[in-house]
Design a protein around this ligand. Structure first.
Ligand code: HEC
Ligand code: HEC
Ligand code: HEC
Ligand code: HEC
Length: 157
């Protein structure tokens, strides 16, 4: 093979991989992807107040961290260390979730369109609390979410 063809072949491989990377990222951002593993959260989200908001909008920790966590989850699942139908999760990141709430609800547009709400809520946040301290039910219906730990087939696990 001449140098030209080798270079062309390498360029093609890079192009395909880059395409797959972008495509893979698109897929891994969708609700459908999250739901594949988080069945209970899906139901609790359907019946929550934020069924109109995508999973990733509340749960992102930024592109790089999302990819690392995603890879970790896939690893845990495919090595049988975590049952995706149970996912007791345990680790949660309320500070990050709370920061993501602010992205939609406490931006400059809101300060302008709803100054009363904005001022009241700025005061609420001054003590360094979290949105979730007062809005714990946001995102997932708490009763449905609790079914996860109550399911008889997981009792004793
Ligand atoms: C391949 C299965 C799988 C997919 C797909 C998946 N998760 Fe997870 N997720 C898990 C597992 C397993 C855990 C528990 C991880 C652990 O033990 O720390 C988890 C934990 C979590 C947690 C708890 C905090 C944390 O990060 O540990 C959140 C929030 C979460 N996932 C959100 C999402 C969102 C949003 C998506 C879609 C972008 C998603 N997950 C896609 C398997 C998955
Ligand atoms: C409006 C914001 C919001 C949306 C949208 C949302 N969640 Fe959540 N989610 C929360 C909050 C708040 C918590 C509890 C605090 C925390 O762990 O960060 C939570 C907790 C979780 C947990 C951890 C549960 C546990 O038992 O520890 C998982 C997993 C999760 N969500 C997955 C999802 C998936 C999958 C979707 C989409 C189907 C979704 N969430 C949509 C706000 C949201
Ligand atoms: C992607 C943007 C987005 C994110 C992220 C988001 N929300 Fe919302 N939220 C909305 C929209 C849109 C509505 C509906 C607005 C309306 O009814 O005026 C809403 C409504 C609400 C309401 C009023 C619900 C009702 O029906 O009474 C509360 C409270 C709320 N959000 C809190 C939160 C909290 C807490 C978080 C973080 C866990 C969060 N939101 C994350 C977009 C978002
Ligand atoms: C100290 C408790 C407290 C904290 C912390 C708090 N809120 Fe609220 N929030 C309330 C109360 C009480 C109401 C209902 C009364 C009202 O609308 O003023 C409310 C109402 C809302 C509404 C609905 C407003 C409407 O017009 O219907 C949204 C959206 C909201 N909060 C988002 C947030 C977000 C995002 C955070 C975090 C930045 C947050 N809240 C932190 C107590 C709190």
């Amino acid at each position: 093979m001449s140098k030209f063809w080798i270079v062309l072949l390498l360029l093609l491989v890079v192009a395909v991989l880059a395409g797959a990377g972008v495509g893979g990222h698109q897929v891994s951002k969708t609700n459908t992807f999250c739901i594949a593993c988080h069945a209970y959260e899906k139901v609790a989200w359907d019946h929550g107040e934020h069924y109109h908001t995508d999973c990733i909008d509340c749960h992102t920790k930024g592109f790089v961290d999302d990819k690392i966590q995603g890879a970790r989850k896939l690893y845990l699942m495919f090595t049988g260390q975590n049952n995706p139908h149970n996912d007791p999760s345990g680790r949660s990141y309320p500070q990050i979730t709370s920061d993501n709430c602010q992205g939609c609800h406490m931006g400059p547009e809101v300060a302008e369109s709803d100054p009363v709400f904005f001022e009241e809520h700025t005061a609420f946040m001054e003590g360094g609390g979290l949105c979730l301290d007062c809005h714990a039910d946001t995102g997932h219906d708490p009763e449905l979410h609790a079914l996860k730990t109550e399911a008889p087939r997981f009792a004793g696990e």
